[in-house]
Design a protein around this ligand. Sequence first.
Ligand SMILES: [Fe+2]
Length: 391
Amino acid sequence: MLPEFFEFYNPTRIVYGQGIASDFAAELDSLGVEKYFIVSDTIISDLGITKKVMDGLLSAGIEVTGEFLDVPQDSEVSTVNGCAEQATASGAEGLIAIGGGSVIDTAKAANILISEGGDLIEDHSGAQTLTRPLKTLVVIPTTAGTGSETTMAAVVYDKENRVKTSFTDKFLLPSLAVLDPEMTLSLPPKLTASTAMDALTHAIEAYVDLQWSPVSDALALGAVELIFNNIVQATNHGEDLEARGALLIASTMAGIAFSHSMVGCVHGMAHSVGGLYRVPHGIANAILLPHGMEYNFDEARDKLAKLAPIMGEDISGLSVEDEARKAIEAVKKLTGALNKMGMLPLRLREVGVIEDGLLEIAEATVLDGASFYNPREVVAEEILVHLKNAY
Ligand SMILES: [Fe+2]
């Protein structure tokens, strides 16, 4: 069976290489921009990563007009507004984001204000609101999870209203993604595990979602395989650049997949848990992924069955239903193993969620944009059952 219609659009050039982030000025030639403003955070800067990139740029004659390092772990609208103001004042022609999802999403959202004008990013939220290309954006991910380097979305926390505000538009896609596993070397084991679980969730949700296509499926399946084969190694042996590189590539592949096929109820629940209880995104996804797969079991059975062997499960002689069960078991085995290693919690009760708050999470999940693409309609009373299981 094929979809009646699909579109695949990925204009982001991707370059990969060990050490490439400190020597990629040649890759900027074709972009026609010479003045860049750096967006990063203090942790990345204190580790010397920002300087490493900047030294490479300066020695190649690229002008850096300034830097904004005040991006918090979960970016907020006020951060975006401040970043845009400074970048504009510096006279930059383009942005280089060095960091995790929060930094990259800050740069993407700030780029809307820098290119379109205005003072408040809140005025631009929503989908497909942009009418022309934004300024050049180069991204260098320092985590392997969000895939934000190749997605057309940015998510920013709105503190006042306790919700995540999202921006979706094809013009948010970066011009260039520089993938260098050395940039993720300083990622602590727990973050290595939780960010990779975010990428795994992107891949699985993109694969089973309503807006799937054979092209995004291929990327999603490739990402699942790379993550299953490398997540434990990269977590246990952070110095293994091969394993780190595999997670980085997988996270980008999953990013392209879900940028087209979207994510589903797991992200709907994770966004709600993140907005209401500030649970880090990767951890929320890791806890909720097997429960979301259970929620979608009947609608996604055939596809879940195809995931099982890619996840290393022996499916010989099994029915399709049992093969699909094996995929959920494989995810539970993986999160269980990471839990035993002290890398991940397994229950919502362990991350500050209160039992009386589960209904509010379920209701917020129904309204979350991610839930619209879920293969099974997201209904509060029914998703509540699975939230209770995850509690
Ligand atoms: Fe995610």
